[in-house]
Design a protein around this ligand. Structure first.
Ligand SMILES: O=P(O)(O)OC[C@H]1O[C@](O)(CO)[C@@H](O)[C@@H]1O
Length: 321
């Protein structure tokens, strides 16, 4: 493969076990209607969606050697360059309980492999081989046990210093560390938290739309290029220093929602690589998430389908408070 346009980094990948139930009844013995497994973890899903959008992509991360086959099959099938390290043991299996005809998904995400700083160093060395100005670098997901909370912040600093465009999609302390400590020049290009994640990372109460816009504006003033805040069925806020819009799909698809946010991240990256403006970025990203949902359980997006859906995405302009 020639130099990829994007690289995704997944420090805590997962095999997703989707268990379908009629209804979720906590505390009761239940029989599942069915169960399927798929390779996942945030950056892995982003790589799968980017491949569908026609973006050449490498997947970097840390896989347990004992069950790496499912990931290797995905990479081979989708033409994703495999840059993942292999370590002894098994990649975690996350349980997704899909109930009520797909209207409700309960995620039980396990801690993952126990890693050490040496693993982070190895990831940084591999990333260094790919880094170049304009490369899209997606840093995505939780941190496995054993890695410090500033792991994403360190990778972000490394990639930004090389002139890459960093999209950071994480939560809690790792998000706070990457945003709070980054000087203007080391801020990521983009983030995609949900309202609660942004609230936790900034320490601000983000009850209404104005509060959300003000929080996004503060980050943009500190050097962030694009703030996307997902708001579930209300859509997503897309904000740059040029303006802000709320994007909503014309209708939602039924079925498991697992990975739809990752497909939205892939849309943000594809839009960046195509040089799209705010409105078209919001359309493409929302359409990518919707295409992923419509393709469940295939875990893919089809570029033609995304293009068709993008035209039907509803945009509502927002005024800065
Ligand atoms: O890294 P986290 O936050 O535990 O999330 C991992 C989960 O998120 C997903 O990537 C969906 O966004 C799943 O494939 C995976 O199980």
């Amino acid at each position: 493969m020639n130099a990829p346009q994007a690289i995704t980094v997944t420090l805590n990948p997962a095999i997703d076990q989707l268990v379908t139930l009629d209804a979720l009844l906590p505390g009761q013995v239940q029989r599942a209607l069915g169960s399927v497994q798929a390779p996942g973890g945030k950056g892995i899903n982003v790589a799968a969606a980017l491949a569908g959008l026609g973006v050449s992509t490498a997947a970097l991360g840390v896989l347990g050697r004992d069950n790496a086959g499912m990931f290797e099959a995905l990479f081979a099938q989708r033409g994703i360059a495999d840059a993942c390290l292999r370590v002894p043991g098994q990649t975690r299996t996350n349980i997704k309980l899909v109930a009520d005809g797909g209207r409700q998904t309960t995620d039980i995400n396990l801690p993952g492999l126990m890693l050490a700083e040496a693993h982070l160093d190895a990831v940084m060395s591999t990333l260094a081989r790919y880094l170049r100005p304009g490369l899209a670098v997606v840093l995505s997901g939780s941190l496995p046990a054993g890695l410090p909370a500033d792991s994403w912040a360190r990778l972000q600093a490394q990639a930004v210093a090389a002139g890459a465009d960093v999209l950071l999609d994480t939560s809690e302390a790792p998000l706070a560390a990457a945003l709070a400590t980054a000087p203007h020049a080391a801020m990521p290009w983009a983030i995609k938290p949900n309202r609660e994640e942004l609230q936790a990372a900034t320490g601000l109460r983000l009850d209404g739309r104005d509060a959300l816009l003000a929080a996004a504006r503060r980050l943009l003033d500190r050097g962030l290029g694009l703030a996307v805040v997902s708001m579930g069925e209300e859509g997503a806020l897309f904000a740059t220093t040029q303006g802000a819009v709320i994007a909503r799909p014309p209708q939602w698809a039924r079925g498991s929602s697992v990975g739809a946010g990752d497909a939205m991240v892939a849309g943000m990256v594809a839009a960046r690589l195509r040089g799209l403006d705010l409105a078209d970025t919001a359309r493409l990203s929302t359409a990518s998430a919707l295409a992923w949902l419509q393709a469940v359980p295939a875990r893919e997006v089809d570029a033609n389908r995304v293009q068709a859906l993008a035209a039907s995405v509803l945009l509502e302009p927002c005024q800065w408070p």
